[in-house]
Design a protein around this ligand. Structure first.
Ligand code: UD1
Ligand code: CA
Length: 457
């Protein structure tokens, strides 16, 4: 096996994005652009990965910090793609094999295409292999010039004659190179061209002059090399990435009522026969079991649903868990560290935070339950509030199994309602309620007969 080294170009300015965020860090379908490229590259198991950074180099390094396998090469100033690759010379010193060059802003390239490029390069023994595509509108791209069917040179659009501009085969900007002649040849590239840049594609002409073999692999689907230069292209690639992921999910047995509006991240898993309605967002490391139904407009982030869970419309669920058979919403908010037990019910306008609602318990309407441990088969009435914050610290509420919390009760924490305890509606509970006791904490009602008539003037 020939060792394979990956170089990803990401030094460019990305002017047309009109953004303070580096272009390759713009997210598309749940991941930064460059992360899509790195994940695709993992399929060919590179021995090393070098990212060429320049513009906003520090921001990029910081954003990719969680990947200790990456090396960085600084390109300063940015004098063109040939100059960019030359900056990896010290990072790749002493290694041999193949360099695969990708762009951090070309996220739709498939693992299968990358595999084809690498395999063809290895099998042909070429010094360089260029991934090309035949497109209807080649404007802006480098054109592939052929002589006797073989690639002779790449001519950049700005340098091309009208005749060359008519060529519809273009350079994808993705290549495989044999390392042995690479850096010597890169130093021969000049900058006497329309843009005054060191063009990497000039390597083709240099190799051909030296009699080194250059090969091409032509894409079946030119859409794979769509690069992101503008917000419009960012939206286009995001849509394509989502469509690919949604196709996989549907093939695995998930129903997407409207795949065009199912926003499902790459690290989300979904079990068979789950139904996802329109405009649902499933983000981060979210896991969804089998036979769940997620109604329109719900957003789940880093959350886990067991099997047979029903999430009604417009719920927001973050860093939380919902156990088998439970149902949530509409309009419920599960904030971090909430846990809904088996067959439990959370209804409309109920907010939970750091709260466990036990098996078979119900909080059907308009409640705030924060920092609470709620047992099994508890009934939480409408308008119940755990008063967990005194302005300085958060306090715990504990509710035993089978308790009944009447509507509009305030449980002023820290407080414990014992097993089977019964809190009267409208109570302000400031003291613990013993198991099985009734607690009433409110002013008594006084009726004044005839008061209305007497006070008429
Ligand atoms: C490049 C190719 C062109 C090809 C096209 C495919 C050159 C000269 N031309 O053109 O043949 O058809 O890609 O999309 O290579 N970059 C650096 N440092 C630099 C310049 C660029 O890191 O000094 C990076 C950019 O961030 C980008 C990539 O290289 O990721 C390509 O650069 P770009 O300026 O977009 O090249 P194109 O004009 O698109
Ligand atoms: Ca480009």
């Amino acid at each position: 096996m020939i060792p394979l080294h990956l170089v990803v170009l990401a030094a460019g300015k990305g002017t047309r994005m009109k953004s303070s965020l580096p272009k390759v860090l713009h997210p598309a379908a749940g991941l930064p652009l460059i992360e899509h490229v790195l994940r695709t590259a993992e399929h060919v198991t590179p021995a090393s990965v070098v990212i060429v950074v320049g513009h906003q180099a520090e921001t990029l390094r910081a954003a990719l910090q969680s990947r200790p396998d990456l090396q960085f090469a600084l390109q300063e100033p940015q004098l063109g793609t040939g100059h960019a690759l030359l900056q990896t010379e010290s990072a790749l010193a002493g290694v041999s094999g193949t360099v695969v060059l990708l762009s951090g802003d070309v996220p739709l390239l498939t693992a299968a295409t990358l595999r084809r490029l690498v395999d063809h390069h290895a099998a042909s023994g070429a010094a360089a292999t260029v991934l090309t595509a035949v497109v209807d509108d080649p404007a802006g791209y480098g054109r592939i010039e052929r002589a006797d069917g073989r690639i002779a040179a790449i001519v950049e659009h700005k340098d091309a004659s009208p005749g060359q501009r008519a060529i519809r085969e273009i350079n994808s900007g993705i290549y495989a190179f044999d390392l042995a002649p690479l850096f010597g040849a890169l130093r021969q590239i000049g900058s006497a061209n329309a843009q005054g840049e060191y063009y990497l594609p000039d390597l083709v002409r240099i190799y051909r002059d030296r009699g080194l073999p250059v090969e091409t692999v032509t894409l079946d689907n030119p859409g794979e090399i769509l690069g992101v230069n503008s917000r419009k292209e960012l939206a286009q690639v995001a849509q394509a990435l989502r469509a690919a992921r949604n196709d996989e999910l549907m093939a695995s047995g998930v129903t997407l009522i409207d795949p065009a509006t199912a926003y499902i991240g790459p690290d989300v898993s979904i079990g068979q026969d789950t139904v996802i309605h329109p405009n649902v967002y499933l983000e981060g490391r979210t896991t969804i079991g089998a036979r769940c139904e997620i109604q329109c407009g719900a957003r789940l982030v880093n959350s886990t649903l067991a099997d047979d869970v029903f999430v009604n419309s417009y719920c927001v669920i973050t860093d939380s868990q919902v156990e088998r058979g439970a149902d949530v919403g509409p309009f419920a908010h599960l904030r971090p560290q909430s846990q809904i037990g088996e067959d439990a019910h959370v209804g409309a306008f109920v907010e939970l935070k750091k709260t466990r609602l036990g098996r078979g318990s119900k909080a059907g309407h308009l409640a705030y339950l924060g920092d609470a441990i709620i047992g099994e088969k508890v009934n939480v009435g409408a308008g119940v509030i755990t008063v967990n914050y005194d302005g300085k610290t958060k306090h715990q509420t504990t509710i035993g199994d089978d308790a009944f919390i009447g509507s509009d009760a305030q449980l002023i924490a820290p407080v414990t309602i014992g097993k089977g305890g019964y809190v009267a509606a409208g109570s302000s509970i400031t003291e613990d309620v013993p198991p099985g006791a009734l607690a009433i904490g409110r002013g008594r009602q006084a009726n004044k007969p005839g008061w209305v008539e007497k006070n008429k003037k």
